[in-house]
Design a binder for this molecule. Sequence first.
Ligand SMILES: [Zn+2]
Ligand SMILES: [Zn+2]
Length: 259
Amino acid sequence: MTLTFLGTADSKGVPRFWCACPVCQEARTGGVNRRRRTALLLRGEGQTVLLDAGVDLHTQLAGLSGPLLPDAVLISHAHNDHILGLGDLLDFERYEGGNLAIYAPPPVIPHLAERFGYAFGEGSPVLPMPPNGVQFAGFNIRLFGVPHGANGSSHAYRLDCPGFRAALVTDALDIPARVAQEWLTDLDLLALGTSFADESACERGRRSVYDIREALALPWARAARRVVLTHLSHAVDVRRLELPDGWAFASDGLSLDLK
Ligand SMILES: [Zn+2]
Ligand SMILES: [Zn+2]
């Protein structure tokens, strides 16, 4: 069972196309800070599940060796950087006879219908994610609600199989203790979105994700056996930041063995 980070950037990607900062310049020449938008691939027991389908999905899938036919696609929330790749998948389903099981939390589906109206004409191609989750690639996969600061609300993924528990929380801020207690304790792996190193100078009401400084202090993150930081912006230069043991920065193409 493997989890592959196809994209590890914040919503704007790295480099930001309008930016000439040192990180964006380094990324532009193919450096270690180059990042595409969010998508993850979970593989196991002969099945492939795509978790989110960001703006860069076509290049991400085209770059994989061998043709890819995901069995399922699970969407966390309706922001462009997590869903615009869905257009390619809906076309594949409609015109190429694909048989994708596409799931999203019920409150997200109307936003997808609005964005991809042409594909919703004959009934929704997106299924409501059942509260007890779905079984794919050897995992029970669930989605749970998390606050997304100034950007409203989002969902995070919880993956469970015997002897292994993971949570993928790309877009969240100020997760209440009761949610952390229910979903984020005793984790073998936590992938956590931290777009900036330190946003303490920014008004809290304008923020939407944790920063690295906060992540390092979160009790449930500190208790996870392994933490991978993702959803990173051009404000994070991985050449200049050090993380404690058990913590690492994600990079595009990073593949983790889960069991
Ligand atoms: Zn995002
Ligand atoms: Zn920049």
